[in-house]
Write a protein of this length. Structure first.
Length: 195
């Protein structure tokens, strides 16, 4: 074993003690009043094991945060909502607007949805739902319409019942909304996210 001590801080006794120690140990050297003292900190394999466990724990925490934030795929019980324009009505009132979608999304959030996707676009804190002419944009991307598909993960019964009032309001304008309770809903992650 080679000991590098360019400033000649270690005493010969300290260097001898270092050489006598097992190679698998990590050493901490404490310097007090110009004198070095060895402080054994444990087996390097134990430290590697501890750090690997810590990294795995941090990766799980990161994945959970990415899922909650909408940046990673999420799977769970939930609902699928299909919203259809009124096909027999050419008036503005029979068309699904961005405000209708935002109202549905807001109700789902209030009802405890842990993840929401609109037209294949996962929602996160920076998501926007808006109209540009006849096109509805989610995350600045056009989404398929008629039907507009909204998926939400959470307690399916609570999520479905939270939309009763909106469903009745939309029906008054000739807009149909179908809600399906699902055992497994899979939401995509935000596609433009980089770690």
């Amino acid at each position: 074993m080679q000991i590098l001590d360019p400033d000649n801080i270690l005493t010969e006794e300290s260097k001898k003690r270092i050489e006598d120690l097992s190679f698998n140990l990590t050493l901490e050297i404490e310097i007090i009043d110009g004198r070095a003292r060895l402080v054994p900190t444990g087996d390097i394999f134990n430290q590697v094991n501890f750090l690997q466990t810590k990294v795995a724990s941090l990766e799980r925490q990161l994945k959970a945060l990415e899922q909650k934030a909408g940046y990673d795929a999420l799977t769970g019980k939930g609902i699928t909502v299909m919203v259809y324009d009124n096909m027999g009505n050419n008036e503005n009132t029979g068309i699904v607007h961005d405000q209708d979608i935002r109202n549905i999304v807001n109700e789902l959030k209030i009802a405890g949805a842990t993840g929401i996707e609109v037209g294949g676009q996962r929602l996160n804190v920076t998501s926007a739902i808006r109209c540009v002419g006849p096109t509805i944009l989610v995350n600045n991307k056009p989404i398929p319409v008629n039907p507009i598909t909204i998926k939400a993960i959470g307690n399916p019964e609570v999520l479905a019942s939270s939309l009763d009032i909106i469903k009745n309001q939309l029906r008054n304008f000739g807009i149909r909304m179908d809600i399906t309770i699902e055992e497994e809903v899979r939401l995509s992650g935000q596609s433009n996210y980089e770690r």
